[in-house]
Design a protein around this ligand. Structure first.
Ligand SMILES: *Cc1c(COP(=O)(O)O)cnc(C)c1O
Length: 403
């Protein structure tokens, strides 16, 4: 049996570019919070596709919506309208409390869209001199992998050797309103937008001080700059609310969504904003062959319908509280800090490497991934049961405490 099994990890290593360093698990099937590898071993998925799998693997409602749409039409391109497109845009705008939607596919494309729209809005609506627009970002940000986006990354691995870099960005320390005020004082007339993750995911699930987002809102409003919330990872139920901005009572000028919007089935992303902002675009100025395709819209409409019930936000809030209580009980000699909201935690180890703990966890039947260095992100699907969560946290404690 083993001798006839192809060496799948070997094929991956031989023929795929080494832009990831995967754990030694080769997944064959998945259902809900569980994945099964090619050898038949089961693992509880505590990464959930970086929150693309908020509803778990192959949720019956989402698979049903996809299957029904596969029988109808999957792609028309935006050269023509289709019967899923208008309803998808209307329903997503309503979920976000905004006017308009511009759909793309990957998160990075939604971010690129926001950069283009904010610049054009600055020139045509704010009267910023052509090619002088500035967008403020934050140290430790993660907004994707395109050339422009890595231009304002502070992660040397993400950025080094990929220059020349796109100009037009200023980075300030995350959570630092004083530094931000100074940047506004110096460049205010050129700043068209502030691009922020309300909670920084890849940086290690970093929650800013409580006055930060409200302060950001005030500064943006008084300077006439757009507040653009990248909720690609924090949004759609992960934090115990529909959006992380909700937790602070802050309403941004635009949401950027991705990951869970596609239900873990298809890539779907979007910029969602007001008529005055998205209204600056004219035909031919932006687009995507696959953006807003019928299959994507059908799955995303089901995601939106599921979020409208509030059930998943509620599960995340309740189960998240017990997860954080449990994690807070780990000895500080082993775990130096726990951050996050809802079913989303960044656990930083005092001396263990995140990778070593993740390898131990995998051996115990739990999949998780270090964000970098000694921080592990825990982000189980929001459909996880209390018993499954307890089981996973028992394994987590075992991996952390038995060095
Ligand atoms: C994952 C992520 C992105 C990029 O999404 P891709 O689909 O990988 O391009 C952008 N912003 C945030 C906050 C993310 O977590």
């Amino acid at each position: 049996m083993t001798s006839t099994m192809p060496d799948l990890a070997g094929l991956t290593s031989e023929y795929s570019a080494h832009n990831y360093a995967p754990l030694p698990v080769v997944v064959a099937t998945a259902d809900g919070v569980w994945v099964t590898d090619v050898a038949g071993r089961r693992y509880l998925d505590m990464l959930a596709g970086y929150s693309a799998l908020n509803f778990g693997h192959r949720h019956p409602r989402l698979v049903g919506a996809a299957a029904r749409q596969l029988e109808r039409v999957t792609l028309v391109s935006r050269a023509f309208d289709h019967d899923q497109f208008g309803p998808f845009c209307a329903e997503l705008a309503e979920l976000c409390g905004m006017d308009m939607v511009l759909p793309m596919n990957t998160g990075a494309e939604a971010v690129e869209t926001a950069i283009k729209v904010a610049r054009k809005w600055g020139y045509v609506s704010r009267g910023v001199p052509r090619d002088e627009a500035l967008i403020v970002v934050f140290d430790g940000n993660f907004h994707g992998r395109t050339t422009t986006i890595v231009s304002f990354s502070s992660d040397p691995d993400a950025r080094a050797d990929f220059g020349p870099y796109t100009p037009g960005f200023v980075s300030v320390p995350y959570g630092d309103l004083t530094a931000l005020s100074a940047v506004f004082a110096e460049y205010g007339h050129r700043i068209v937008a502030v691009l922020v993750e309300p909670i920084q995911g890849e940086a290690g699930v970093v929650v800013p001080p409580p006055d930060f987002l409200p302060g950001l809102r005030t500064l943006c409003t008084s300077a006439g700059a757009l507040l653009i919330a990248d909720e690609i990872q924090s949004g759609l139920g992960r934090v115990g609310a529909t959006f992380a901005c909700n937790l602070e009572g802050v309403v941004p000028d635009a949401y950027l969504l991705g990951k869970a919007l596609g239900g873990g089935i298809v890539p779907v992303s979007a910029m969602v904003s007001s008529r005055s902002v998205l209204g600056v675009l004219r035909p031919g100025q932006h687009g995507s062959t696959f953006g807003g395709n019928p299959l994507a819209c059908a799955v995303a409409r089901e995601v939106i319908a599921m979020l409208r019930t509030g059930e998943y936000q509620q599960r995340s809030a309740v189960l998240g509280a017990s997860m954080h209580e449990r994690l807070a009980g780990l000895p500080s000699s082993v775990v130096s800090s726990v951050t996050g909201r809802g079913l989303w935690a960044g656990v930083t180890f005092a001396s263990l490497s995140g990778r070593a703990v993740c390898e131990r966890l995998a051996a115990l039947g739990v999949l998780a991934k270090e964000t970098h260095g000694s921080t592990i992100r825990l982000a189980p699907p929001l459909v996880i049961s209390e018993e499954e969560l307890t089981w996973a946290l028992d394994r987590f404690e075992e991996a952390a405490l038995t060095a």
